[in-house]
Design a protein around this ligand. Structure first.
Ligand SMILES: NC(=O)c1ccc[n+]([C@@H]2O[C@H](COP(=O)([O-])OP(=O)(O)OC[C@H]3O[C@@H](n4cnc5c(N)ncnc54)[C@H](OP(=O)(O)O)[C@@H]3O)[C@@H](O)[C@H]2O)c1
Length: 278
């Protein structure tokens, strides 16, 4: 079985480039599907406090024949837990739910939520958790460029990774360039555009036919070619296997460019991080 390539963080740690996301997966279902993902070859699971399935993810890790030491686990601090003490306390709750007997691999601030103005405190809390050895790597999600630069300037600590909405209809070229400049890995959420129109796009479908692959596999291969860390979600056993098998598909530069050119000004599916008010 092909193993996912690893990407190196600016702190020296490594993350499997292809991971498995569990947003909108019920806690009871999470245990079953994470075990299926591990069986398919995934060694990286992306959850969050707000997903309500950290226990299910932890149960899968506890029961799997794959050692937890071989699985990269990410969770995220929710928006109402960003104050310095709260963020650290909420991390301890997450760890209890996950039941890990190792430090967490990656902790992210889920949204900057500029209007609340506690993201800098939250970043300091994550820095503190990393200093204590409770978390191996720290990063952010859904930060506008301004707030991303601000937390670095204020603390001198650069996030290892930035998890952002990114798919062929919203390719985030400008922010990816900022990440390159700052030495931050880019992680794509909703990488398949939530299973929407992108999977029927004629350009993607044609490239898929050329590779005897599925459109979802081609979209995942596009992310891998761009260097994104990518975390497709599926609760369907065949799709879980199919998504992992995308590692075997190598697109040409021309194919990568054709897919990148599908981006649209209004291609965003989720909220704009600048306006986050939840
Ligand atoms: N940081 C953030 O704010 C944030 C926001 C959103 C997501 N995320 C993370 O990113 C992960 C992925 O994003 P996402 O869940 O929004 O969407 P996604 O991975 O882009 O798409 C998931 C959808 O695509 C379908 N799908 C999966 N594989 C497929 C395949 N091979 N062929 C056809 N359809 C397929 C799934 O259906 P079935 O499940 O029914 O198979 C599901 O409906 C999340 O699970 C979460 O970990 C983070």
């Amino acid at each position: 079985m092909t193993a996912s390539p690893l990407k190196k963080f600016n702190d020296g740690n490594e993350i499997p480039q292809l991971g498995y996301g569990v947003w909108q997966v019920e806690n009871e279902v999470a245990e079953k599907v994470v075990e299926q993902a591990l069986d398919a070859g995934f060694r990286h699971v992306d959850t969050a406090q707000i997903y309500g399935n950290e226990e299910g993810v932890g149960a899968a890790l506890a029961h799997s024949s794959v050692s937890e030491d071989d699985v990269f686990v990410t969770t995220k601090v929710w928006n109402d837990q960003q104050e310095f003490e709260k963020a650290q306390a909420s991390f301890e709750v997450s760890m209890k739910k996950l039941g890990l007997s190792k430090p967490l691999d990656l902790l992210l601030i889920h949204w900057a939520k500029p209007v609340q103005d506690t993201y800098l405190e939250a970043w300091k809390a994550l820095i503190n958790l990393q200093k204590q050895g409770k978390v191996r790597s720290i990063g952010v999600s859904n930060f506008p460029e301004e707030q991303l630069r601000e937390i670095i300037a204020e603390t001198g600590v650069t996030p290892a990774i930035h998890q952002i909405e990114l798919h062929p209809y919203f390719n985030q070229h400008a922010l990816r360039e900022v990440h390159k400049e700052l030495g931050i890995l880019t992680e794509a959420w909703s990488p398949l555009g939530q299973g929407g129109d992108i999977l029927n796009d004629p350009v993607v479908v044609e490239i898929a036919q050329a590779h005897e692959a599925t459109p979802a596999q081609v979209v995942i291969a596009w992310h891998l070619a761009l260097g994104n860390v990518v975390i497709p979600k599926s609760v369907t056993p065949e799709r879980i296997k199919e998504n992992f098998a995308a590692l075997d598909i190598k697109l040409t530069d021309d194919e990568v460019e054709k897919i990148s050119a599908l981006t649209k000004n209004d291609g965003r599916i989720g909220p704009d991080p600048k306006d986050c008010d939840f």
